[in-house]
Design a protein around this ligand. Structure first.
Ligand SMILES: Nc1nc2c(ncn2[C@@H]2O[C@H](COP(=O)(O)O[C@H]3[C@@H](O)[C@H](n4cnc5c(=O)[nH]c(N)nc54)O[C@@H]3COP(=O)(O)O)[C@@H](O)[C@H]2O)c(=O)[nH]1
Length: 922
């Protein structure tokens, strides 16, 4: 019993030891192979991520991996090359490797030969390390069914696939190896469906494993090569059979025990122990057959036999021996467990290591991708003085600067400085680099095409593990469009968008500066306020577009009419301001003003209409009329307004009295709005006398304003204001109706031939329903149309002749008479005059006043009378105050007169009195 028990214990100990050793080998080899597959995947990820790495990049990446996993013989990259591209591909590769050719392994030959022509090749493009693997470089592996089979399997599964064992070009005649293959796709990302994977396949990466060396190195790295007692056979393939045998290590034969020699030798030898374990690596099945040779029974059952022999005598000793064996067995068991635990730890460490490496690679890849995809230019510079050579630029750099990576890399960043880039800005960059610190500056560089390149430039040092600055990283943010926008905003903020002249805001700035200079140099400075006459007319009749064109034209002309040093600004609307600095005299040469007015007065053709514009000009002088910009502009404005009041188309110098008038104007503006409702208006009538008969034949209706506080206010004081405020329309309508009513009364009262003239303002003239509203008044009052004369100013009609002719024709159709008022003061054109359907020319009283003392006025008056005759028009002279004037007019054949000589404008009852008296002018 003791013998049997002991014998079983001994059996258990032996088989436990064998299982431990076999299991350790199987585990170690499987783990090593799995690692090889994983490392291959790392290489594949690197290739896919970088896109198309250079040979150097590939070498740098794989070198540490080869050192760490010595059982990988090589890593390689295979690339599909079409036959069409073959010459170019070979030529390119010959640059780095003279004599490079795409090769193939010919039947029965060891050395590769030039690959015969075929539509495409799968060429070993890179292989690392090159020494020892030269024969594979350039090899077309597309002819190899096992390799293509593995590539197909990898494409189908989307996972790395292994070839079966095969003889590789770079291997010796007895060496066999296999390749673990993983495809590379265009774009670097593995498509999810198989069809897309095939379509985007550009090549593959592979780990080259030499099987014998692989197993040895795996076992060696685990310290398992020293155990010669154990035999190992490795088969790769479906079955563990001879043709699939890739590794064989037979155990050393066991020596016979001395007892075997005593007894019948060999009969007591035990059978050998063998175990087979199988596992799958990248689609290939690996079988590991581990065995120990037959051992002498005495070797393992020495104790039990002794016990058997010594018998009971030695039972005590035997029991002790058994106990020792049992303890040894436990110890062995313990050792196996410890070793297994150790292996597990090693395995976990390895797995962690790979995971950490993967994470690090993923992080690196992400950073690289982020830099490549960055919209801003990123540069990496060497920290080597003095050039700080560019080592890397991302694609955005080329987009932003126009310089390709090839043009930039290897150069000093000084090449970005360009011809007149911002030298001070660059200097701060150099200083920061010398001092190895971060810096941010806005620089002006130039794009390769010569255009300006504004950029926000950041630079920061990059330190290695020891803290030494090895590189600088720079980021260049293109802010050119922002700068342009800023400049545009600045321009827009200072310019009037319509005319391009400086605007109101900038005008104040210029004016303050000019005043400062004038003050220092003790010089005068003139502020000229220019306002177009009847601009509203153009705007209302021809439209805003035409108005804008007119303003642009005038702006250009004003700019051209003054010196370079003078300022021309647009205040808004039709108002312009000019600053004429550096004037030596306190009196401005009026020729300068005349030049400005002439510039405006030249005809302007707009959409088939010829316009004759005039302007009113007001002038204020520094320091007499004000010492600050605001006052000077205000006073120039007041002077200009005075110009408007005095018939427009003239210039006025500011006087303090004007200020009073301006104030008054402000005061009456409010009251004017209510005057009509309060019935404060009335009409006076001035007789018109026919010089042939000397009798009153008509009247001119002139408005008066009976102001509750100011008394009788002259229309000269409020008509302009009424025009500006639009009040002229209701006021004008009231005048027309009141005048027609009055005239009709006189006619019905016995003065049937009496007529009435009414002044028509610009606003009324532009009224769309002018003709119909006059027709209504005539109909309502019963006044015959020929008894109504409408007086229109010359300048009103000449502003847009075509338009005026249209309106006049409409009025003429009604049967009313038309008269040109203030004739001679506007920009007359005889050619147009002929086309106006008018009846009367009224000579302005400014000519009449001086006909007896001013030869020019006398000549003008005589010419107007002659012109009227020629055009078959009646002619009337206004403002006749003296007999001399009357004589002159009569002498030259004037038809009618109007003036204080005969009668001033009088209220209706007084006028009727004159009619009743039947006063005759002699
Ligand atoms: N749109 C309208 N305009 C009107 C109306 N009523 C008048 N006006 C215009 O106002 C301006 C000033 O008019 P007023 O103060 O009435 O002056 C007129 C006469 O009083 C003045 N006059 C007449 N004779 C003489 C004279 O011998 N000497 C002299 N110094 N002044 C004289 O002339 C003015 C008439 O001018 P005109 O119209 O050009 O015939 C004036 O421009 C009026 O037109 C109105 O209802 N609507």
């Amino acid at each position: 019993t003791v013998f049997v028990a002991t014998s079983h214990l001994e059996e258990d100990a032996v088989s436990l030891d064998f299982e431990r050793r076999a299991g350790l080998r199987a585990f170690t080899i499987q783990r090593g192979l799995e690692e090889a597959v994983q490392v291959q995947s790392v290489v594949n990820h690197f290739y896919a991520t970088v896109g198309d790495p250079t040979r150097d990049q590939f070498e740098n990446f794989t070198r540490p991996l080869l050192e760490r996993y010595p059982y990988v013989r090589a890593f390689s990259v295979q690339r599909f090359v079409s036959d069409e591209d073959r010459p170019v591909f070979e030529a390119l590769r010959q640059g780095a490797r003279p004599g490079f050719q795409i090769t193939a392994l010919a039947e029965g030959k060891v050395e590769p030969v030039p690959a015969p022509q075929q539509p495409s090749y799968l060429v070993v493009d890179f292989i690392e390390p090159v020494p020892g693997n030269e024969a594979a470089l350039g090899l077309d592996v597309s002819r190899n069914a096992e390799i293509m089979g593995a590539l197909g399997a990898a494409l189908a599964s989307g996972r790395p696939a292994s070839t079966p064992p095969l003889r590789l070009a770079q291997f010796g005649p007895d060496e066999r190896g296999l390749l673990v293959i993983q495809p590379v796709y265009r774009g670097g990302v593995q498509p999810t469906d198989q069809l897309a994977r095939r379509a985007l396949l550009v090549g593959d990466t592979s780990a080259v494993l030499e099987l014998n060396g692989l197993v040895r190195k795996i076992l060696d790295s685990a310290g398992l090569m020293a155990d010669h007692d154990i035999g190992l056979r490795i088969y790769v393939g479906a079955q563990a059979e001879g043709r699939n045998l890739v590794y064989r290590h037979d155990s050393a034969p066991q020596e016979a025990h001395w007892l075997d020699h005593l007894l019948k030798p060999g009969t007591l030898f035990r059978h050998p122990s063998t175990t087979v374990s199988s596992f799958d690596i990248a689609g290939q099945t690996w079988h590991l057959e581990i065995s120990v040779p037959p051992r002498s029974l005495f070797a393992d059952h020495y104790g039990s036999l002794l016990i058997l022999l010594v018998g009971v005598i030695a039972s005590l000793l035997g029991a002790a021996y058994m106990r020792a064996l049992s303890m040894r067995s436990h110890r062995i068991q313990q050792l196996v467990e410890e070793r297994t635990a150790e292996l597990r730890t090693t395995n976990a460490l390895l797995s962690d290591d790979i995971k950490a490496r993967r994470l690090a690679e993923r992080a690196l890849r992400l950073r690289h991708q982020a830099i490549e995809a960055s919209a801003n230019a990123i540069l990496i510079l060497s920290a080597q003085e003095p050039d700080y050579t560019i080592e890397y630029v991302n694609p955005a750099f080329a987009r932003i600067t126009g310089y390709s990576s090839t043009e930039a890399v290897g150069k000093s960043i000084r090449f970005l400085e360009g011809r007149d880039s911002d030298p001070e800005g660059f200097e701060t960059v150099w200083i920061a680099m010398r001092e190895q610190r971060e810096h941010n500056v806005v620089l002006r560089n130039y794009h390769k095409d010569g255009s300006e390149l504004w950029n926000d430039f950041y630079i920061a040092p990059v330190r290695d593990e020891s803290g030494e600055v090895t590189h600088f990283v720079a980021a260049l943010y293109d802010i050119t469009s922002m700068k342009r926008y800023e400049a545009e905003l600045e321009f827009q903020a200072s310019r009037d968008t319509l005319t391009g002249l400086i605007n109101r805001h900038m005008l104040r700035h210029h004016l303050e500066q000019a005043i400062g200079v004038a003050e220092r140099q003790k010089q005068a400075l003139w502020v000229v306020f220019v306002d177009l006459d009847r601009f509203k007319f153009v705007n209302d009749t021809l439209g805003h577009k035409a108005g804008d064109t007119l303003l642009r034209t005038v702006a250009g002309r004003l700019r051209a009419a003054v010196r370079e040093a003078d300022t021309v600004a647009r205040l808004g609307g039709d108002e312009f301001i000019m600053i004429l600095p550096e004037q030596d005299e306190l009196t401005l040469d009026t020729r300068s003003l005349q030049r400005i007015m002439d510039a405006v007065a030249a005809p302007v053709t707009l959409g088939g209409h010829t316009l004759f514009m005039t302007c009113s000009v007001g002038v204020a002088c520094y320091p007499n009329d004000g010492t600050d910009g605001e006052t000077l502009i205000k006073h120039a404005d007041i002077a200009m307004y005075r110009g408007k009041q005095t018939g427009r188309n003239n210039f006025q110098f500011y006087t303090p009295a004007m200020n009073e008038q301006a104030l008054e104007r402000l005061r009456i503006e409010g009251d004017l709005r209510n005057a009509l409702d309060h019935g404060e208006f009335l009409l006076h009538y001035q007789p018109k006398v026919d010089l042939a008969s000397g009798r009153v034949i008509g009247s001119e209706a002139l408005i008066r304003w009976q102001h509750p506080q100011l008394g009788m206010v002259s229309p000269a004081r409020f008509i302009g204001l009424a025009e500006e405020t639009g009040l002229i329309l209701p006021i004008g309508a009231w005048v027309l109706r009141a005048a027609c009513t009055q005239c009709r009364q006189w006619q019905l009262g016995g003065y049937a031939d009496i007529s009435v003239s009414v002044n028509l303002s610009v606003g009324q003239f532009l009224q769309k329903d002018l003709v119909s509203s006059i027709a209504d008044v005539l109909e309502d009052t019963g006044l015959p149309p020929e008894s109504l004369e409408l007086e229109l100013t010359e300048s009103l009609m000449m502003t847009d002749v075509e338009h005026a002719i249209g309106i006049l024709a409409g009025l003429k159709k009604l049967g009313v008479r038309l008269s040109i008022d203030d004739f001679g003061t506007g920009y007359s054109s005889l050619a147009y005059l002929k086309r106006f359907p008018i009846d009367v020319l009224k000579i302005d009283r400014s000519f009449v006043r001086d006909i007896t003392i001013d030869a020019d006025d006398a000549a003008i008056t005589a010419s107007i009378i002659s012109l009227a005759r020629h055009l078959k028009l009646r002619v009337i002279a206004e403002g006749v105050e003296t007999d001399e004037q009357l004589d002159y007019l009569r002498h030259y054949g004037c038809d009618e007169i109007q003036g204080y000589l005969f009668s001033p404008p009088v209220p209706a009852d007084k006028f009727e009195q004159i009619l009743r008296q039947d006063r005759v002018m002699t």
